[in-house]
Design a protein around this ligand. Structure first.
Ligand SMILES: Nc1ncnc2c1ncn2[C@@H]1O[C@H](COP(=O)(O)OP(=O)(O)O)[C@@H](O)[C@H]1O
Ligand SMILES: [Mg+2]
Length: 157
């Protein structure tokens, strides 16, 4: 990837949600967003924004740490998964991602706990920095070009 890094620093949770919402407006079924970052980084906050951008009430969004999977909307508008409980070598085959992605885009917290590469994710890292949170696309050259473009447009609306 040449040029500037694909990243933004958000000063508040609302700004992180807005970034998620702008990305989500450009997502379609089949699209996978893998989120990494420490506990409290803002992965769930970002997914709240994704939900809002997909026309789902963001108040419905809760970290699915104990259930692995939430689906928002009926028919599904967004799938929300969290691999934390599966540990660092999560068996992704458990999740039936193919079926989920047929119906809606999906966001996966702790996406680095499993090998999501067969589903071509856009990988986003959320880091805690003094100014707030830095949200950055990791290895964008490995992600689908359409998703990279969607994120770039979300960064610079
Ligand atoms: N710029 C920011 N973006 C996102 N969250 C922020 C920001 N600044 C502070 N926070 C706080 O950080 C926490 C993030 O929590 P959460 O989204 O549940 O993290 P994770 O899902 O990564 O464990 C929330 O309490 C939120 O209010
Ligand atoms: Mg979370």
């Amino acid at each position: 990837m040449s040029g500037a890094s694909l990243a933004a620093t958000t000063a508040t949770p609302a700004q992180t949600e807005e970034l998620g919402a702008r990305l989500a407006a450009r997502l379609v079924p089949g699209d996978l967003i893998a989120l990494r970052g420490p506990l409290g980084a803002g992965k769930t906050v970002f997914v709240r924004g994704l939900a809002a951008g997909r026309g789902v009430d963001p108040a419905l969004v809760r970290s699915p740490t104990f259930v692995l999977h939430h689906v928002y909307g009926s028919p599904p508008r967004l799938h929300h998964l969290d691999l934390y409980r599966l540990g660092p070598a999560a068996d992704i085959a458990l999740l039936d991602l193919d079926s989920l992605l047929d119906t809606a885009p999906a966001a996966v917290e702790w996406g680095d706990h499993g090998d999501l590469s067969p589903w071509n994710p856009l990988r986003l890292s959320i880091e805690i920095v003094p100014a707030g949170r830095r949200v950055e696309a990791l290895s964008p050259d490995l992600a689908p070009e359409r998703l990279v473009r969607a994120f770039r447009e979300a960064l610079d609306p």
